[in-house]
Design a protein around this ligand. Sequence first.
Ligand SMILES: [Zn+2]
Length: 443
Amino acid sequence: MKRANFKNTGLLAATICFANLAAGSSAADSSMPVASAERMAARIVALSQFGANPEGGVSRVAFSAADIQGREYIKSLMRSVGLDVRVDTAGNIIGRREGSQPDLPAIMFGSHIDSVPNGGNFDGDVGVIGAIEVAQVLQDNGVRTRHPLEIVSFVDEEGGLTGSRAMTVGLTDSALEVMSHSGLSIRDGIRAVGGDPQRLGGAIRRPGDLLAFIELHIEQGALLYEQGINIGVVEGIVGIRWWDVVIEGFANHAGTTPMNRRRDALVSAAELTLVVNRIANSMDGRQVATVGRIHAEPGAANVIPGRVVMSLEIRDLAAGKMQRVFAAIEAEAREIAQNHETPIHFDEIEVASPPAPTAESMRRIIASVAEELDLTYVRMPSGAGHDAQDMTHLAPTGMIFVPSVAGISHSPEEYTAARDMANGADVLLRTVLALDDGALDLP
Ligand SMILES: [Zn+2]
């Protein structure tokens, strides 16, 4: 197919383009519209000046002056690719591209541009720049989709998925009172970026408003990078459970109490820590379990620890798997408690976050698009939280991962090669076109 044809035929072009893809043409085919790695890299560099830190990363925490400047840059980019830009009442930036059938539900895709303090230039940014790249390629090639497209830059992802939560379930009063890294409460921050905390209901989208949601993001682990795989088809965002584990021993003189008369809470804690690691390691799957904090009392060199409080965290994509991991740990804890006469209690402190699986239909579409582009891919979970996890409640949701060099993230060292970013944008583009073409209706 010649580019001239592609430009002239609008809707038909999108259909032909997808049919062509199905026939197995690759991104290397010069007649296919593709994302520009150079343009994406240049825009990442341009965005990186807002909140740039001496280490080469950014401190662009939500609601800060740097965030507000970065948001202006994103809005201007969105306008330059023909998007109709608005800020919803929660402060999310939404660029809309009307479809030839405006009453159809919109296809939404995007990510976030706020960072953690002393963060990097790719977490979130690749997804927003990639989404704008998709709009640019469609514009440059005169492609009109049937469905409206909405490119989103969520507000305050790093502070607790503020924007996507506001769009799906709404924000509670207590969430609005939380102090953000910018020094503003979430409520005042939303106001500072052009939202309206009095009218947050206006940001809520209803089931049926969106045909689908897709987020392109860096992997933030090293799985793709180390195996040289182009694309991660994300199976979902893992759930997280937290416990305080309390181990009761008996504090006594460390010099006069013989070894066989001790009830040492820290010895039990040490054994339990090894058990946690062994169990998570020995079961099939990608579950993780961690003891990240430990506190021994009274905490003196010459006193046998009488009490230990330590944390336990378990993450997995399946709630049932998390429960099985916990049950196995608990069973061994009972033995340890008996052996050392140190009762062990597990207090679950909160259901931190339930697992948020992506839609199988979306995984299938993303995987087949990657295949058609001759890109290698693997199905994988996301160990980190993303706006996509909230969006799973609203619409069929998919996530596309691209490699992170050495798996480094939330650091100025974070890096994703331009080619990898463009691969991700190409998969995103073709996923959007496939969805527009009715791929979700296929059996
Ligand atoms: Zn992110």
